[in-house]
Unconditional design. Structure first.
Length: 482
């Protein structure tokens, strides 16, 4: 028997898994995964021929088709460059040994002088950072993929099309598990056309893949969690194309485990975290929301186990404009669905901002009509949007503090007023108190807008000083900003 050295235990584990497979189809899936792991052994120094012979021997014990076996081995080893021999100091692929049969904890003393501490390697705003997992939680049809497409294209071009800061031009690899190649091409062309960008500018910087449905990060085989073929496929793609960010959209399609099981989700997320750390890349995996109402900035809005949220360090939500916000910004109720807000939900490695970032969704005709479909396709494209000037720099918390003060009224029992002649009852100074940078005219326009939309209204009350019925401002609680 050929000496497999430090890699022998790995082969023993896969031999057992093959023996436990309930049928030939399942056994072939297990063998596929075994080939992918053994390919990492070869990368760590195991002789390629020895590895292939051992894999063939393992399947020969189950009377497997030799051509199919050799095809699986060839596919797994396609991009592997083996070493001539196993170096004496080679480390096993599953951890570093300290010579005593246990893993080295790599303990270090915080009292000793540190080397230079490198800054975190941000790529775009506080959205993506090398070495960390990010996620975007949104309901279907809100514009999640359209927003990510604009952000990724901004990174690939090194231009802030999305209105967020670009730290450096970055190569992006997108694995989309919902849309095929044609649909992704439609989305690319739509953004290029909307922003007037030459397609050649993206060459070598924005890469796509629509992985086979069979490819998963993890799958269940006879009640055992197993690493799926997608892991090694991504590893090979990272080593070949050297991306700064890898996107897997959506998360739920990357595995075939139970998303409500914490252990299952930890298994998947730990693989992504390890990949981000090992290759020093950003990994993004947008996620669908649970049933019910999603609250902007709620980190628990995602479906399934909390392990998904816990693994990511940069989680944002994307929500359509609600009715109260439409009233606040003077947007027609039928148009509000084309405005979406991006809110930080969980930001563990940066300062958390309470302000929403707004985008507007447009339909871009990509001019691909033909005789059967002369109108061609119209595709969602997003662009940054700012609330009207008077609302710029405001947030729901600050606006509600102003409304609280108006609702309480003045201490002596009088009500605030929007009348031009109002002095000590004028409402606009309440806005200035909350937002000192606003001009008097801007503050007055905010009060006027609230009256026009019905959030504030004038009504009679008994003035305790004049002892007469006068008009003052009241708050329509049903229309408060959320």
């Amino acid at each position: 028997m050929t000496d497999l050295g430090i890699f022998a235990p790995g082969f023993v584990t896969w031999q057992r898994a093959l023996a436990l497979a309930p049928d030939d189809d399942t056994r072939l899936v297990v063998f596929h995964n075994a080939c992918l792991e053994v390919a990492t052994y070869v990368r760590h120094g195991l002789d390629k021929t020895v590895a292939a012979d051992k894999l063939t021997e393992m399947m020969d014990a189950h009377s497997a088709d030799l051509d199919e076996v050799q095809h699986e081995i060839a596919e797994a080893f396609r991009y592997v460059e083996p070493l001539d021999q196993v170096p004496d100091d080679i480390e096993p692929p599953h951890g570093k040994s300290n010579g005593k049969g246990t893993a080295d904890l790599n303990v270090w003393d915080s009292g000793e002088m540190f080397d230079t501490i490198q800054p975190r390697e941000w790529l775009l705003g506080n959205q993506f950072c090398r070495g960390f997992i990010s996620s975007l939680v949104a309901a279907g049809g809100v514009g999640k993929t359209a927003l990510r497409m604009l952000q990724f294209m901004s990174m690939a071009l090194g231009r802030p099309l999305c209105g967020q800061h670009i730290f450096r031009r970055s190569r992006v690899l997108i694995l989309n598990f919902e849309d095929d190649e044609n649909e992704m091409k439609r989305r690319i062309v739509a953004v290029l056309k909307h922003y007037g960008i030459e397609q050649r500018e993206l060459k070598g910087w924005l890469l796509f893949s629509s992985p086979p449905k069979r490819s998963k990060l993890a799958q269940m085989v006879k009640h055992n969690r197993m690493v799926g073929p997608l892991v090694e496929q991504i590893n090979q793609a990272i080593e070949q194309y050297k991306p700064d960010l890898v996107s897997l959209d959506p998360f739920v399609k990357t595995h075939s485990l139970e998303e409500n099981d914490s252990g299952d989700m930890d298994f998947v997320c730990e693989m992504l975290a390890e990949m981000a750390s090992r290759y020093n890349i950003a990994i993004d995996s947008p996620h669908h929301v649970h049933k019910g109402i999603i609250v902007p900035g709620d980190a628990d809005s995602g479906r399934g186990s909390s392990g998904i949220k816990d693994a990511a360090r940069l989680v944002y939500t994307l929500c359509p404009m609600n009715e109260n916000e439409a009233v606040q910004f003077g947007i027609d109720s039928t148009s509000r669905w084309s405005f979406v807000r991006l809110d930080p939900a969980k930001i563990n490695i940066a300062v958390h901002s309470s302000e929403a970032t707004w985008f507007q969704i447009h339909g871009e005709n990509i001019g691909n009509g033909n005789a059967d479909y002369p109108a061609g396709d119209t595709v969602q494209v997003v662009e940054p949007w700012k609330p009207p000037e008077k609302w710029e720099g405001t947030d729901s918390f600050g606006l509600n503090k102003i409304l609280d003060a108006i609702a309480r009224g003045i201490e002596d029992g009088r009500r605030y007023s929007n009348a031009g002649a109002a002095t000590d009852r004028a409402a606009w100074p309440l806005v200035r108190a909350q937002y000192p940078d606003k001009t008097e005219a801007q503050c007055k326009r905010m009060i006027r807008a609230w009256i026009d939309t019905g959030l504030l209204y004038n009504d009679e009350y008994q003035d305790p000083k004049r002892r007469d019925a006068v008009k003052g401002l009241f708050v329509n609680e049903a229309k408060r900003p959320s």
